[in-house]
Design a protein around this ligand. Structure first.
Ligand code: KIV
Ligand code: NA
Length: 263
C-alpha cells in the first residue's frame, strides 16, 4: 500500500486504520486494514505513561520495527513523538528520515494544523509522506487544558482552517480527533484528501481506533468514541486468575504438561 493509494481512496469505500504496536497484531491487522498506525498512544497504552508527552523517538522506532515486521500489505505510518519535530522543519526532517530509515515505514504522522503547514510542506517536497492530525491533539493536551471535544461553536472555523492548511501543505490524509460530527462532515466535504475519524463521524473517508481500546484490553476508562468489539481484558484477567489458582492447588502442571524420562 502506498500513500498515493490511500489518497486515491478519498470519497470511496471507507479506509480502515488501526493503531497498533506489535508484530502479532500487525499480522492480523494486515489482513483486514488499509493502514496500520504506530501511534504514540503506545506510551500510555503499553508503557503506563500518564500522557504521550514523554514518548521517545526510540520507543517509536522499536514499535515501528515490530509492526513493520508484521505488515506487508497495509501502509505503515509511525507517529513522531512530542519534542521531536515541532522546533523547525529541519528538526522534523531529521526525525522523520531517521524513523523511516530505522523502521522501513512508508509515512510519518505529526500533530498540528496551520502552525505545522510549513513543516509539512518541507517534508512532503523532500519525499516524506505526511499524515496530519488535527482537532484534539493529545501531545498538546497540557496546552489546551485537557481531553475535550474540539471545534464546537466559535472554534469550528479554526479546526476547518487547520484541516485545509495541512491539505494545502501536502499531507496525504488527515486524522480528525474528537471533533463534532457536523464539523467532521463539513471537513470531509471541503477537503480533497481523506479524513480519518476518531471520535468524529461515520461520513469521514476512514476510521481509526487504538487496538487495545477496540479489543477491550484497556478497562479503566472508555472514551465515548470507542466501540469495544471484544472484551479481551476481562478474558485475560480471568485466565490469569485461573492460572494462579491452578499453580497454588498444584493442578498445574498436569500429566499433559510434563516430560517423562526415557523408558
Ligand atoms: O497515537 C495514536 O494512536 C493516534 C491515533 C489514535 C490517531 O494518534
Ligand atoms: Na498519536
Amino acid at each position: 500500500m502506498s500513500a498515493k493509494k490511500i489518497l486515491d481512496m478519498k470519497g470511496g469505500e471507507p479506509i480502515v486504520c488501526i493503531a497498533a504496536y506489535t508484530t502479532p497484531i500487525a499480522k492480523m491487522a494486515d489482513k483486514h486494514c488499509d493502514l496500520v498506525l504506530v501511534g504514540d498512544s503506545v506510551g500510555m497504552v503499553l508503557h503506563g505513561l500518564p500522557s504521550t508527552q514523554s514518548v521517545s523517538v526510540e520507543m517509536m522506532v522499536m514499535h515501528g520495527q515490530a509492526v513493520r515486521r508484521g505488515a506487508d500489505h497495509a501502509l505503515v505510518v509511525v507517529d513522531m513523538p512530542f519534542g521531536s519535530y515541532e522546533a523547525s522543519p529541519e528538526q522534523a526532517f531529521e526525525t522523520a528520515a531517521y524513523i523511516m530509515q530505522e523502521t522501513d515505514c512508508t509515512a510519518i504522522k505529526l500533530e498540528g494544523g496551520a502552525h505545522m503547514a510549513e513543516t509539512i510542506d518541507f517534508l512532503t517536497t523532500r519525499g516524506i509522506p505526511v499524515m496530519a492530525h488535527v482537532g484534539l491533539t493529545p501531545q498538546s493536551v497540557k496546552g489546551i487544558g485537557g481531553y475535550a471535544v474540539q471545534g464546537r461553536g466559535e472554534d469550528r472555523q479554526r479546526v476547518l482552517d487547520d484541516a485545509k492548511a495541512v491539505q494545502d501543505a501536502g499531507a496525504f490524509c488527515v486524522v480528525l480527533e474528537m471533533v463534532t460530527e457536523e464539523l467532521a462532515n463539513e471537513a470531509t466535504k471541503l477537503l480533497d484528501i481523506p479524513t480519518i475519524g476518531i471520535g468524529a463521524s461515520n461520513q469521514c473517508d476512514g476510521q481509526v481506533l487504538v487496538i487495545d481500546d477496540m479489543l477491550g484490553m484497556f478497562q479503566d476508562f472508555k472514551p465515548k468514541f470507542v466501540k469495544r468489539f471484544a472484551d479481551l481484558g476481562a478474558d485475560a484477567e480471568k485466565a490469569i486468575a485461573e492460572y494462579a489458582q491452578d499453580v497454588r492447588s498444584r493442578a498445574f502442571p498436569a500429566a499433559d504438561h510434563v516430560y517423562a524420562d526415557k523408558k
